[in-house]
Design a protein around this ligand. Structure first.
Ligand SMILES: Nc1nc2c(c(=O)[nH]1)N[C@H]1C(S)=C(S)[C@@H](COP(=O)(O)O)O[C@H]1N2
Ligand SMILES: [Mo]
Length: 549
């Protein structure tokens, strides 16, 4: 067999060996828990990525950032394993080392990644399986290609085959490779021997690895992970002790194209750092409230449901939202007032912050004041009349009116520690975002869409404005460089919800620019100063250009 052919087969074998390692590693993760090798490495990439890269992903990939990242990890592994195998055709030790390195990286990612897994061994077990299977796999592949891969037989080839094949230009250097030192003495005597390729053995090995890889991956995908959607749907939420206000008539600007006043769950924006959505079992879920408190509290999901629940309409906003952007949504939340639990726990003097942690180990820091100053900060169990969707933090998340999500809205929460800001730093603040981040007064034009063409004559623009925990008092629109003119405000639901507005104007032919600005109920006018989302939220005025015919 030519070196070229052996290289191709070895490369294929390298990919199959890595695939088998990943497949059985993923299967182990699905069966025993622990960190999935692919997700573990991907999550580390997210955590290590420079802020700018992350901002780019949030902005340009949106929710697709997660499948894209998993795809990138799989592609990188495939390319690396392909190279490892190809190199292995002539330098088997390098191939084994490279393959083992893949496993080691997965172990490293699992061992150092964010996690709350209490059993450290279980956490790294899937990656250990990946390492063992992939390494044994590549050894089997090399054995099938040559009965004695490390003894020198692995690189036996007839001088004729080597010399005449132009595609093997690089092979001239191979004999001098330090990895093959032992083989050089045997080269000549073995030259006329066949390469030792055992076709049946190779096919058998390749098939076994392929089945392990595809089977393991397939099974890990179909195995139920965590609790099922049926279980979630089956949860009956109690009626609130304090219902949300009945939506006042006229909260919605009746203009086609304006955001719905209540954002339906399936279209509610989603921002988090997770590659796979946790499916936490509410039967075993527990929230620990501790730290600078007189009494530590431990609450089960049933404990929460048995308490007095309040229902509130609250608009959530992401700090990453650009001016005019989509990362804002309004929902009807059901939950337990955080202030009541803090009172029961008894907050000690000196505390000024809460560090909350999600099931995957992500931390969020929230000012204690925002949880105790009378606003409706809750541990939410319901969203728009159903248990929280998995994507939005099932079974329990925090919702705090007036603060950006990254400093308040911990999804899949499991730990709540009363502490001091000076004693910790949270996930996002470690990455250059502000420690405290109240939501900036903002407004957005929903219709007309940018560069829409409309007919000359009476026209209407409409959109939303928000200044949670303060309320919107006024919205104004400017046509081109004209005066600021008042828009008509839709009815206010609460100061914690966005408010819709409409603006009627007389459109004259030509291109026109509409600009919007809001004033909150404290009298603060939305600033025209442009700021990027980092470090504490975008600012500037949203405008849109329309073509009037
Ligand atoms: N566990 C966890 N909670 C989280 C996040 C996260 O990455 N992990 N992201 C936060 C951010 S940045 C925002 S804006 C909100 C978004 O909530 P949503 O996805 O339900 O809209 O969740 C917050 N809670
Ligand atoms: Mo966010």
């Amino acid at each position: 067999m030519t070196t070229r052919k052996r290289r191709a087969l070895a490369a294929l074998g390298g990919v199959l060996a890595a695939g088998a390692g990943l497949g059985l590693g993923e299967l182990t993760a699905a069966l025993a828990g622990g960190t999935s090798p692919v997700v573990g490495v991907g999550t580390q990439l997210i955590d290590l990525a420079p802020g700018a890269a992350k901002d780019f992903a949030v902005k340009n990939l949106g929710t697709a950032d997660k499948p894209v990242l998993i795809g990138v990890v799989l592609l990188a592994v495939t390319v690396f394993a392909f190279l490892a195998g190809a190199i292995g055709a002539t330098a088997p030790r390098v191939a084994v080392a490279m393959t083992a390195l893949l496993g080691l990286l997965a172990i490293l990612a699992a061992a150092t990644g964010r996690t709350l897994a209490t059993n450290y061994f279980v956490q790294v077990l899937p990656a250990i399986i990946t390492l063992l299977v992939a390494t044994i796999g590549i050894l089997l592949v090399l054995r099938a290609l040559s009965p004695d891969p490390f003894g020198g037989g692995g690189r036996r080839k007839t001088p004729a085959a080597e010399g005449t094949n132009p595609a093997e230009g690089t092979s001239s250097a191979e004999g001098t490779s330090p990895a093959e030192g032992t083989s050089s003495g045997e080269g000549a005597s073995a030259a006329e021997a066949p390469a030792g390729f055992d076709r049946r053995r190779f096919l058998g090995t390749a098939m076994a690895l392929g089945v392990a890889g595809a089977g393991g991956l397939g099974a890990s995908l179909v195995l139920p992970d965590g609790v099922s959607e049926a279980t979630r749907r089956g949860i009956k939420l109690p009626a609130p002790g304090s219902p949300a206000r009945v939506l006042p008539a006229g909260v919605a600007a009746e203009v086609p194209g304006v955001s719905r006043f209540v954002t339906p769950n399936p279209s509610f924006y989603r921002v988090d750092t997770l590659l796979t959505v946790p499916k936490v079992d509410p039967r075993t879920w527990e929230l620990r409230i501790h730290g600078l408190v007189d009494r530590e509290l431990r609450l089960t999901f049933a404990d929460l449901l048995n308490r007095r629940l309040i229902e509130r309409d609250i608009t959530l906003t992401c700090v990453s939202n650009e001016v005019g952007g989509p990362y804002v949504g309004n929902a009807r939340w059901l939950g337990v007032p955080i202030a009541e639990l803090l009172r029961e726990a008894g907050v000690r003097d000196g505390a000024d912050a809460v560090r909350s942690t999600s099931v995957d180990g992500l931390t969020i820091g929230t000012p204690l004041k925002a949880l105790t100053d009378g606003r409706d900060a809750i541990f939410a169990v319901g969203m728009n009349g159903e248990p929280l969707p998995f994507e939005h933090g099932f079974p329990v998340r925090m919702v705090v009116p007036g603060l950006y999500g990254y400093v308040s809205a911990t999804k899949w929460i499991v730990d709540f520690e009363v502490t001091r800001f000076s004693d910790f730093s949270a996930y996002w603040t470690d990455r250059g975002w502000s420690v405290e981040a109240p939501i900036k007064t903002s407004s957005r034009i929903d219709v007309p869409k940018g560069f829409a063409s409309i007919k000359a004559g009476p026209a209407v623009a409409a959109g939303v404005a928000w200044a949670q925990n303060r309320g919107i008092a006024k919205v104004e629109v400017q046509v081109d460089d004209g005066d600021w003119q008042p828009a008509t405000l839709a009815a206010e639901d609460t100061i914690d919800t966005w408010r819709q507005w409409t603006f009627r104007w007389n459109a004259t032919p030509g291109n026109h620019k509409l600009t919007v600005r809001a004033t909150d109920a404290t009298g603060q006018v939305q600033t025209a100063d442009r700021a990027a989302p980092r470090p504490n939220g975008s600012s500037g005025l949203h405008n849109t250009v329309v073509m009037v015919e």
